[in-house]
Design a protein. Structure first.
Length: 273
């Protein structure tokens, strides 16, 4: 039976599959829970491949396409959400060509940021791989051509979010460096809106807010993702037959330390894929 077979039968227990390189997608899961609390979810973290942001486009595209192919064949989800900006900006098109289930990607929230800014200067925090993508260039040209978009790749923040959710103490200098790097751009002192273009970053928004200081608003794409999932599954029945599952591509103490965080997000079962 393929992924489309289960979805086609209208199986109410067919899950939504949320995929990320690590725990960043939990920020998306929060929003999905808000709008579809009854939906069964399988959360997949490719922690064996973390971080994606330092890999080449070819490596990311091959890894994401291969993993999602195997995951959909085995788990038969009704919909796949790539809850990762880096994977989406690089691999979304190729994944959609291969898989026959609905795919929702993650788009940097440049359009709403352009509507929010008062100064016309927007900061964008993402991974090194995300900020260099032509996809981001196109979003800027389409929605923020009359604004100034300042980008910074902040791999430290991915590690900081992962560490925070494991209960570790993170040096506040990590957040200060990200803020200072954006401020160092020409017109960086006029930034009043920051796009969190990595699903890890909303998990540390409070720390970033403190680092940037007053007068700066933050936005990410999770609300739009949740709305799109609702739209694509409207009229469908949902039935949770077992506690929701978190799958990791590698075990170890890092996964063990996430136990309380996963439970807080309704992921009561943990396994290795």
């Amino acid at each position: 039976m393929t992924g489309t077979d289960t979805a086609a039968t209208g199986d109410p227990a067919a899950p939504v599959l949320l995929f990320d390189s690590g725990v960043g997608g939990l920020s998306v899961l929060r929003k999905v829970r808000d709008v579809l609390p009854q939906a069964p979810v399988i959360y997949v973290a490719d922690n064996a491949g973390l971080p994606y942001g330092t890999k080449t486009e070819a490596q990311i595209a091959a890894r994401v396409s291969g993993l999602l192919g195997r995951l959909t064949e085995r788990l038969r989800p009704r919909l796949v959400c790539i809850a990762c900006n880096t994977a989406s900006t690089i691999a979304l098109a190729s994944v959609r060509e291969v898989l026959e289930v609905p795919i929702v990607g993650t788009v940097p929230a440049i359009k709403p940021a352009a509507a929010m800014t008062r100064t016309g200067v927007i900061g964008l925090l993402g991974t090194a791989a995300t900020i260099r993508q032509g996809y981001v260039d196109r979003l800027e040209a389409e929605f923020a051509a009359d604004k100034r978009l300042l980008r910074h790749g902040a791999p430290e923040l991915v590690a900081a979010a992962e560490a925070k959710l494991r209960g570790e103490t993170v040096d506040s200098a990590v957040y200060a460096r990200a803020a200072e790097a954006l401020r160092a751009h020409p017109d960086g002192d006029r930034i009043d809106t920051v796009v969190l273009a990595c699903t890890h970053f909303p998990l540390i928004e409070d720390e970033l807010r403190k680092a940037f200081g007053p007068g700066v608003s933050f936005i990410d794409g999770s609300d739009g993702i949740a709305r799109q999932i609702v739209f694509l599954t409207q009229g469908q029945e949902w039935r949770r037959e077992a506690p929701d599952l978190a799958l990791f591509t590698r075990g170890g103490i890092d996964v063990d330390q996430l136990g309380s965080t996963l439970e807080a997000h309704g992921l009561e079962r943990v396994a290795i894929f």
